[in-house]
Write a protein of this length. Structure first.
Length: 94
């Protein structure tokens, strides 16, 4: 486990220091969206085949919005609006 962490830390440092910004953004998108989708799938108790499909669908949609520059501001605003709604719902939960 220790060797795995050392390799992982080294890969992250190399990526941060030497990857150009677009490639680092793509690598970060893949890692964070895939891990987030996998954890969310576990949280809502999706079976493994459905969870894998969900993660792949999230990655495809994320890649689409990454390359659609015209839609990026709208997607960010929808994300912010979604977080505001979630916070309001959490604040009113009894």
């Amino acid at each position: 486990m220790k060797k795995f962490l050392v390799v992982l830390v080294a890969l992250v440092l190399l990526g941060v220091l030497f990857l150009p910004k677009p490639y680092f953004a793509i690598a970060s998108l893949i890692v964070f969206v895939a891990l987030g989708g996998w954890e969310w799938g576990r949280l809502v108790a999706l079976d493994d085949p459905i969870r894998i499909f969900f993660v792949v669908a999230l990655l495809i949609v994320s890649a689409f919005f990454y390359w659609q520059v015209d839609l990026q501001a709208a997607v960010i605003m929808l994300g912010v609006l979604g977080w505001i709604v979630a916070l309001v719902l959490l604040g009113t939960y009894k």
